[in-house]
Design a protein around this ligand. Structure first.
Ligand code: F6R
Ligand code: ZN
Length: 192
């Protein structure tokens, strides 16, 4: 048996990154431009194509028994009046859960499930120290509503895998926009 050796990773608060970096994945606006409601704002922002978020995956075997873990960082900002967010996904093995632990910033965790016909939606607050549980069968997306980066640790089963297609095509049933200076959850008129 190949014995996997224990390893440490660190969050560098000053430089807002994980050390060692592991696998770094960056998502710019152009990677998810159709997901935002205000396409005029998208068009304008695409001239600079800002980075919306990035995440650092610790290199762990994608196998049962292991725990994948990563640090995600969503930059502060909005596209029109909609806050910066991740694409969101289901786990490929839908019966796998995830834990998010917020280490910096503030935001929201959107979850939706369509397991038994009727679509269901839930939202949880994220702030420094919040420990959020994403149960099996819930798609999840994170949103930065603050002025600083939103950084959180995600921990999930090694075999979980990720599926983006469903959310890419149908979207989330709710959006988080700034209204009268406050984060406000509204129905997504484009949800299919
Ligand atoms: C892993 C997980 C997070 C996200 C990351 C980026 O299962 O939920 O690590 O992968 O926050 O978001 P997505 O994957 O939606 O681009
Ligand atoms: Zn996940």
């Amino acid at each position: 048996m190949d014995l996997f050796k224990p390893i440490n990773s660190y969050y560098d608060f000053e430089n807002i990154k994980m050390v060692p970096e592991g696998e770094l994945i960056t998502r710019n606006l152009s990677d998810m431009d159709w997901m935002y409601q205000d396409q005029e704002a998208v068009k304008e922002l695409l001239k600079k194509d800002p980075q919306i978020y990035r995440y650092y995956n610790v290199d762990i075997p994608e196998e049962e028994g292991h725990l994948q873990h990563c640090i995600s960082i969503i930059n502060p900002g909005k596209v029109g009046n909609e806050y910066n967010m991740t694409k969101g996904h289901f786990h490929e093995i839908k019966g796998t859960a995830e834990i998010y632990y917020t280490i910096q910033g503030e935001g929201m965790l959107f979850m939706q499930s369509v397991t038994d016909g009727e679509p269901e939606f839930e939202a949880l607050e994220m702030k420094k120290g919040s420990l959020s549980y994403v149960p099996p069968h819930w798609a999840h997306r994170t949103i930065n509503t603050g002025e600083e980066p939103l950084a959180f640790i995600g921990i999930y089963p090694g075999e979980a895998g990720h599926v983006y297609g469903d959310i890419e095509e149908k979207g989330f049933m709710k959006l988080l926009i700034e209204k009268d200076g406050e984060p406000t959850i509204i129905d997504n008129p484009n949800y299919k």
